[in-house]
Design a protein around this ligand. Structure first.
Ligand SMILES: O=P(O)(O)OC[C@H]1O[C@H](OP(=O)(O)OP(=O)(O)O)[C@H](O)[C@@H]1O
Ligand code: HPA
Ligand SMILES: [Mg+2]
Length: 179
């Protein structure tokens, strides 16, 4: 698996220290509240698990599975809901936890959906952002790292369902997805 990586972009240590910072900021933001923290599966599962350990206010968790990439390195533009939330978001302060914002299509769709379901507030935290690839005007409220325009894997992010378990973020050798 490591042999398929051309370059490590962000190390495990850098990721863990950034998540502690984000957790501290979110703990201040949600002081006195009981946010509903939504993990956008599958990619955000590792970030969500690490992030909530650094948030000190009481919170509830829910999970939603969406997919727009399939086995491709480009968004299909169609956001498929594979698993919906268990809880109602009506009147709730919702924190969406994403691993990466690329075209922005996934999040635009989700934010719209949660607002239509009458969430009291919707805030987005993403660990990674690739602003160069945006197809719609969208910015997260909290961002961990800004990435160059390259397809990356690791720390939850996959290529054709592989590499999610790498503890760092790396760029895949081009021959892996062009062959
Ligand atoms: O800004 P966008 O261009 O919409 O891309 C970002 C989304 O794409 C990836 O999910 P994917 O569809 O690959 O599903 P996965 O999390 O199950 O891998 C990623 O985890 C984000 O949810
Ligand atoms: O760079 C990426 N890697 C993996 N999944 C993704 N989904 C959007 N962008 C990416
Ligand atoms: Mg994916």
């Amino acid at each position: 698996m490591q042999n398929d990586i051309q370059e490590v972009l962000i190390s495990e240590e850098e990721i863990q220290s950034k998540i502690k910072e984000l957790g501290a900021q979110l703990s201040v933001k949600y002081e006195g509240k009981n946010p509903l923290v939504i993990c956008v599966l599958k990619g955000a599962f590792i970030f969500m698990a690490d992030l909530v350990k650094s948030i000190t206010v009481p919170l509830e968790l829910d999970f939603m599975a969406v997919s727009s990439y399939g086995v491709s390195t480009k968004s299909s533009g169609v956001v498929k809901i594979i698993k919906d939330l268990d809880a109602s978001v009506e009147g709730r302060d919702v924190l969406i936890v994403e691993d990466i914002i690329d075209s922005g299509l996934t999040l635009t769709h989700l934010i719209e959906l949660l607002k239509n379901r009458n969430a009291n507030s919707v805030c987005v935290v993403t660990l990674f952002d690739k602003p160069a690839r945006r197809a719609v005007d969208l910015e997260a409220d909290y961002t961990g790292f800004t990435l160059p325009d390259a397809f990356v894997v690791g720390y939850g992010l996959d290529y054709a369902e592989h590499y999610r378990n790498l503890p760092y973020i790396g760029i895949l050798k081009p021959e892996i997805y062009t062959s």
